[in-house]
Design a protein around this ligand. Structure first.
Ligand SMILES: *Cc1c(COP(=O)(O)O)cnc(C)c1O
Length: 308
């Protein structure tokens, strides 16, 4: 199958389809990374990224995939030996827990299985049991790609607040940013991680860590953060190279400019509504195919085509 631009169309969770406008924006000679266009372009990306994330907070960009963004986020809020609580609803929840463990963090994991979203009441209970406030952060996945489960992030925030616990709420939006409604500030997420190759429609290669003032205060309390992962200079660079801790991901930045233009031209609310519509269509088709299999009658795919 090919898309409107004549490219092969591969519908997998990621890397997702890269629009022609993004591909065209990246097809260029290597730019000057010391002054001029790319410096101004990068400064303009920051507010537009934060608009997609619905936050007034800050963002640090890493030349990394989602695993790198996971690690970057943890490196800035918790030192080895500290404790985190992971609410896992699929493979990616467990994956982030493994990254935390490998960083020397103590991980308390609540496995909610593969069928239902995280229950805020169980998170509330785990936090109340932590009377010494040893848990530094609650880690949750907004949408776990492995199970397709979507978690109630605002509900998890309410659970943390109801328990009177100071833990940060950290959310993996690698699959959902730019697809599913996500309101970082209104829902009370302190840290949010994303990557370039899913809803943001770029090739893999950029990891994003959004964070608010509470998370910045947690970072300030750490004795040290490795230079490369430290989000402070990336989010407030004195010099251009500090955005990326070295050479900028030049072509990805041009692609990101084009992708953010596509998203904001359509409007983020409209983007969410379009994904919701397409998701419902696919769920309806899967349901109908399932019916066909059970009744063993005509090929279900033909009946759906006929119904259209
Ligand atoms: C894809 C994905 C990841 C991992 O991202 P990589 O870029 O492959 O490291 C993490 N979490 C979720 C929810 C994902 O969908």
């Amino acid at each position: 199958m090919t898309d409107a631009g004549g490219h092969p169309y591969r519908a997998i969770p990621g890397p997702s389809v890269v629009p022609d406008a993004v591909l065209r924006a990246m097809h260029r000679a290597a730019p000057n990374i010391y002054e001029g266009e790319i410096v101004d372009l990068t400064a303009g990306l920051i507010p537009d990224l934060c608009r997609v994330a619905r936050t007034e907070g800050a963002v640090a960009i890493y030349i990394a995939n989602g695993h790198g963004a996971w690690e970057a986020a943890l490196a800035n809020v918790a030192a080895p030996g500290a404790q985190v609580l992971v609410a896992a609803t699929g493979r990616f929840g467990h994956g982030w827990a493994e990254v935390a463990e490998a960083r020397g963090l103590k991980v308390e994991l609540i496995d909610f299985g593969r069928q239902s979203p995280a229950d805020p009441a169980r998170v509330d209970a785990a936090l109340r049991a932590d009377t010494g406030h040893r848990i530094k952060a609650v880690l949750a996945t907004h949408v776990d790609t492995a199970t397709s489960l979507r978690n109630d992030i605002a509900g998890l925030r309410r659970a943390i607040d109801a328990a009177g616990h100071p833990a940060l709420l950290m959310v993996d939006c690698i699959a959902s940013l730019g697809c599913d409604r996500f309101e970082m500030d209104a829902w009370g997420a302190d840290v949010m991680v994303a990557a370039s190759q899913k809803g943001l429609m770029l090739p893999p290669g950029l990891g994003f860590v959004f964070f608010n003032d509470r998370a910045a205060a947690a970072r300030a309390r750490l004795a040290r953060v490795s230079r490369y992962w430290d989000w402070t200079p990336r989010a407030a660079p004195g010099r251009f190279y500090q955005y990326f801790g070295g050479t900028a991901p030049t072509h990805h930045l041009y692609g990101l400019r084009a992708a953010l233009d596509i998203i904001h031209d359509e409007g983020i609310e409209a983007v969410w509504a379009r994904h919701e519509r397409l998701a419902r269509a696919i769920w309806a088709a899967c349901w109908a195919w399932g019916q066909g299999v059970r009744s063993g009658s005509t090929l279900p795919i033909r009946r759906i085509a006929a119904a259209r």
